[in-house]
Design a protein around this ligand. Structure first.
Ligand code: GRF
Length: 213
């Protein structure tokens, strides 16, 4: 029996695409629905092309974060989600939402966490003179970009790198590591307990597993 994965997006959905493509070769999960909070998100076309159900839930239609998140949860539960995947979903979620899906809610962040939480990570990594930059898939906790890391991939920062060139390379790496994390979870290899991630019952360190390509 395949697990049900629901993906939340706000935009292009290239990570969603990587997960859809990997699902075709996976015996452990299927993408059962995609939610966007933004009308016109290109990720919806990707989902529809793959015959995946979509739901547009626009945050502006709700009086506050609580009622918006309740509607998200209603749809996620209606699709019977075992795993909720945030893939470029540009809304901060309430603690109630995060707690409801604790241990089965994951996100991808474009930095080598715990470095560069928040926005504009590529520009900040270049400005800080970092030797490398990358991305991290992590369990979501109530504190922003602070949940247990699962897997991380890095690329060197070159002296002639611009935000765009670095962002492009990191984006490629995102597409490699996100499907791996989803597969680990859905095949029963990955769990979260007390704020720590475990792979095959072994605790993953402070940065998660390092992806070596
Ligand atoms: C990615 O850069 C991801 O790290 C960030 O949002 C972006 C989503 O890109 N959280 P896409 O919509 O998957 O192409």
């Amino acid at each position: 029996m395949k697990l049900s994965v629901v993906v939340l997006i706000s935009g292009s959905g290239s990570n969603l695409q990587a997960i859809i493509d990997a699902a075709a070769n996976s015996g452990s999960y299927k993408v059962s629905g995609v939610i966007s909070n933004r009308r016109g998100a290109f990720g919806f076309e990707r989902a529809q092309r793959a015959n995946i159900a979509t739901a547009l839930i626009e945050h502006q239609q709700f009086p506050d974060r609580e009622t918006f998140d309740k509607e998200l949860a209603r749809q996620i539960d209606a699709w019977g989600a075992d795993l909720v995947v945030l893939a470029g979903f540009m809304r901060i979620l309430t603690d109630q939402f995060v707690n409801r899906y604790a241990g089965r809610l994951i996100n991808i962040h474009p930095s080598l966490l715990p470095k560069f939480k928040g926005l504009d990570t590529h520009a900040r990594a270049i400005a800080a003179g970092e030797a490398e930059h990358g991305c991290t898939v992590h369990f979501v906790s109530a504190e922003l970009d602070a949940g247990a890391p699962i897997i991380q991939a890095a690329t060197p920062i070159h002296s002639d790198d611009k935000v765009e060139t670095l962002q492009q390379r990191v984006h490629q790496l995102e597409h490699c590591i996100y499907p791996i994390a989803v597969e680990w979870f859905c095949s029963g290899r990955l769990q979260e307990r007390d704020g720590l991630a475990y792979l095959d019952a072994e605790p993953l360190g402070a940065s998660g597993q390092r992806y070596e390509g």
